[in-house]
Design a protein around this ligand. Structure first.
Ligand code: NG1
Ligand code: ZN
Length: 552
């Protein structure tokens, strides 16, 4: 029947190149952009099936390879809540992407639909929103995705255009919440909530012109483009975008962007000695990662880095402070709002950041690498804050907490307490929950929240840097024949297989002051990663090297 015919047709239009093997991994499918069409088409089929399964709720497809080189591309699926696709569908995603021929693909889909109770060819509907970054293969892959979606009877594809990854996730989430979900709605929410945050800055703070100046490295990707579009409407900060992606400015992610700055710790392309001392931010190619930096001197290209851990620390202090104001304030309206605040990190978080957070009485928990794990954990709290060291992270607020906050601020605003510290703290949390993208890490909304908090605290970049000093660390990649032979446990901090390896790591680590070391197979590259931390750089380097030896 119709459904079978369409699937066979589309599969024969996109034959799988021989020797290709796709794995959904930490961040969807990724490969050389020119080879991706079959996998992207199949991701289209998958997304449409996901929407059918979820009674026609909108699902998203993002075509991007994030911080990877411009020739690469990739595809991932967003679930109706704006988060990553549910993990139990990943094995099917892999099987579908690797189905060798049209018949195999058809049989897989029919069997899966049966197992999942998805009735195909009936009177169902499905909608899939699509977004892509600025990569040259984007349009070609978009077409492959559209063909995949249209192979499912009743599925409706909506192309949202060239977007940051977090914009698309936000749109999917908003659409399913029944709120307006266009790009201009996204911008309006950012601009309005940023203005609210600044209106709530104490009068004695801010005002310094230098404090308002910010240079943003857009990685020659989509983030810089979008920031240029809205910066005139962001009063209270003066933004200058470099590597904005305009003709002639440079190549996507090449010698610039958040991944480059965080890994290399040097100034990105497009900066000059005149920028020494100015606060700078760096986005990655699809604008879901954010780090800050400052050029330390005109004589070399080293930077002082503020990574995801320190952004997390700033957010955590700010949220804790507002909760404390609400709960310990002796105002006439004696309302309190008990809230469970949770901080979620991975093993890559610098040990100094974890210590800092714990010293401030915060609850810190760990998950394996990958946003899908961090985000899920953060949802267990009234307010969950998560970040990867590389700059991907956000804050999530439970519906229940937000509605309590709403009623508290209603009560407080209706009487003489209006204008009280307690009221203003509640309003700050509300504004922050509007500003931050609760679907996924978002460099643009994260950047605006950082800027608002720095103004609120009256802090310079230096004040922020000095929250704690990072322990020296070293990351290495080791090529092995089969990286899956290494199995980890305890949020990837320990090796369970091969069984002798952990003992060797422990022995090496014990030789170093403040030593910490772990190894894990990468979810995005064919390597084993080694991470080591110690009280000096020399020790961190040598710890990483000797452990890498044991892995080889
Ligand atoms: P893998 O390759 O699994 O280490 C990398 C990053 C993750 C995450 C994903 C997805 C490191 C050490 N790992 O994962 O944090 O960003 O890519 O892009 O940076
Ligand atoms: Zn990214």
């Amino acid at each position: 029947r119709e459904q079978r015919r369409r699937l066979l047709d589309v599969a024969s239009r996109f034959p799988l190149p021989s020797g290709c093997r796709f794995s959904y991994g930490t961040a969807g499918f990724r490969a050389d952009g020119a080879t991706m069409a079959p996998a992207v088409c199949r991701a289209g089929i998958l997304a449409a099936l996901r929407s059918v399964k979820l009674a026609g709720a909108a699902v998203g497809i993002v075509i991007t390879a994030s911080h990877n080189p411009v020739g690469d591309n990739g595809v991932k699926i967003a679930d109706p809540d704006g988060g990553m696709m549910a993990q139990h569908w990943e094995p099917f995603a892999d099987a579908l992407a690797n189905a060798p021929d049209p018949d195999a693909l058809l049989q897989l889909v029919l069997q899966f639909a049966k197992d999942e109770g998805i009735s195909l060819g009936g009177h169902h509907t499905a909608q899939v929103l699509l977004g892509r970054d600025t990569r040259p293969t984007g349009e070609y892959l978009l077409d492959a995705a559209l063909q995949g979606i249209n192979a499912i009877v009743g599925a409706h594809a909506i192309d949202m255009g060239i977007l940051t990854t977090p914009q698309l996730h936000w749109m999917v989430r908003s659409k399913n919440k029944g709120i307006k979900a266009s790009e201009s709605d996204y911008f309006t929410q950012l601009i309005d909530s940023f203005r609210h945050m600044l209106e709530l800055v104490p009068k004695d703070k801010g005002g310094d012109e230098l404090a308002k100046k910010l240079i943003v490295d857009g990685a020659n990707g989509i983030g810089g483009v979008k920031l240029e579009q809205i910066k005139a409407e962001l009063s209270g900060i003066d933004i200058n975008v470099r590597n904005s992606g305009k003709e002639g400015e440079g190549i996507l992610n090449h010698m610039c962007g958040a991944d480059f700055v965080q890994k290399e710790r040097v100034t990105p392309h497009g900066f000059s000695p005149e920028d020494v001392g100015v606060r700078c931010a760096s986005l990655d190619g699809d604008a879901d990662r954010l780090v800050y930096f400052r050029m330390s001197s005109a004589s070399d290209n080293k930077v002082d880095l503020v990574d995801g851990d320190k952004i997390l620390s700033l957010f955590a202090l700010f949220i804790r402070e507002q909760l404390d104001i609400i709960n310990n304030n002796g105002s006439q309206v004696n309302k309190s709002m008990p809230a469970r605040l949770g901080i979620v990190q991975t093993a890559y978080a610098n040990g100094a950041s974890t210590q800092f957070l714990k010293n401030h009485g915060l609850e810190v928990v760990f998950t394996p690498t990958g946003v899908k794990y961090l985000h899920k954990k953060a949802l267990e709290y009234d307010i969950g804050i998560y970040f990867e060291a590389n700059g991907h992270g956000t804050i999530v607020f439970s519906e229940d907490f937000l509605s309590q906050l709403q009623s508290l601020s209603n009560e407080l605003s209706s009487d003489a307490a209006n204008g009280s510290a307690q009221y203003r703290a509640a309003m700050r949390l509300m504004a922050a929950s509007q500003l931050i993208n609760q679907a996924v890490g978002d460099a643009l909304s994260g950047l605006l929240l950082v800027e608002a908090i720095l103004q609120y605290k009256g802090w310079s970049f230096q004040n922020w840097c000095e929250l704690y000093s990072d322990l020296p660390s070293r990351q290495l990649k080791v090529k092995v024949i089969d990286r899956s032979s290494i199995v980890t446990t305890e949020a990837e901090t320990k090796v369970s297989q091969p069984s002798s390896l952990q003992e060797l790591i422990d022995k090496e680590t014990a030789n170093c002051a403040h030593g910490r070391c772990f190894v894990r197979p990468s979810g995005t590259e064919d390597v084993v990663r080694v991470y080591a931390e110690a009280s000096t750089q020399v020790e961190a380097d040598s710890l990483a090297r000797s452990v890498a030896h044991h892995v080889e």
